[in-house]
Ligand binder design. Structure first.
Ligand SMILES: *Cc1c(COP(=O)(O)O)cnc(C)c1O
Length: 227
């Protein structure tokens, strides 16, 4: 694996996709998905300028991202069991996979206790694949409207995983659904004044995600190599 050239390839894919769709690359954050990778790979990425990482297991996040490094953000991007939320709050600055009210309430209490703020993205299962977690497309809007006013939490937006068919075009409808939902929710209430983020697009479908308005790409394989 050559992390530096992989990074260059990803950055040029992003800028090309932005050029094609008239978007500003500065409006798209790259989350380096470091799951399974050793801490040495994280350090190498940081040396190359990476500042935001995605981990899908809390234990790995703890091992790699504590103690916290100045300016480095760890995002939990996989579903978190209720009994792991406390540790997730310890390790991460953001959780992008929230899809139930009980976790929201628990996180609010844990963040109050830890005197800490936490960014939250809500995961929507917009591909409607049974193996994936997230709010269903039908329930998502009602769920969001019913959320309590956040205190320590910041409701930042939505996350989804595209369709895993081998054809990135198949993810387009999922991404468009997420963008429309974000547009409807943003500023619909004071609790949604920060609701701008769309975490969508991975190694295989980031161009389609950019075309559909992604603000945050989650890339693992194309940066760190096959897991
Ligand atoms: C592993 C993972 C990714 C990264 O996928 P790649 O195809 O390796 O880029 C993105 N999002 C989530 C939720 C993941 O679990």
């Amino acid at each position: 694996m050559n992390l530096e050239s992989n990074k260059q390839i990803i950055l040029s894919r992003i800028s090309k996709a932005c050029e094609l769709t008239g978007r500003d690359p500065a409006a798209i954050r790259l989350v380096w998905v470091s799951k399974i990778q050793p801490v040495s790979a994280v350090e190498e990425a940081i040396a190359l300028g990476a500042r935001e990482f995605g981990e899908n297991r809390v234990q790995e996040a703890l091992e790699k991202f504590l103690p916290q490094r100045e300016g480095v953000i760890c995002r939990i991007i996989g579903p978190v069991q209720k009994n792991k939320l406390r540790k997730a709050v310890l390790a991460a600055q953001a959780i992008d996979s929230i899809a139930d009210l009980e976790s929201v309430l628990k996180l609010e209490a844990l963040c109050e206790e830890a005197n800490k703020n936490l960014e939250i993205l809500f995961q929507v299962n917009a591909s409607e694949e049974a193996t994936k977690s997230g709010l269903s497309m039908q329930e998502a809007a009602d769920f969001l409207h019913a959320l309590p006013e956040p205190k320590r939490l910041v409701y930042k937006g939505l996350m989804t995983i595209g369709k895993n068919t081998g054809n990135p075009e198949d993810s387009r409808v999922c991404f468009a659904f997420l963008r429309n939902l974000r547009d409807k929710i943003f500023n619909s209430h004071s609790k949604f004044s920060n609701f701008t983020e769309l975490s969508m697009g991975m190694t295989d479908d980031l161009e389609v995600a950019i075309a559909e308005g992604s603000t945050m790409l989650r890339v693992g394989t194309a940066l760190f190599g096959k897991r």
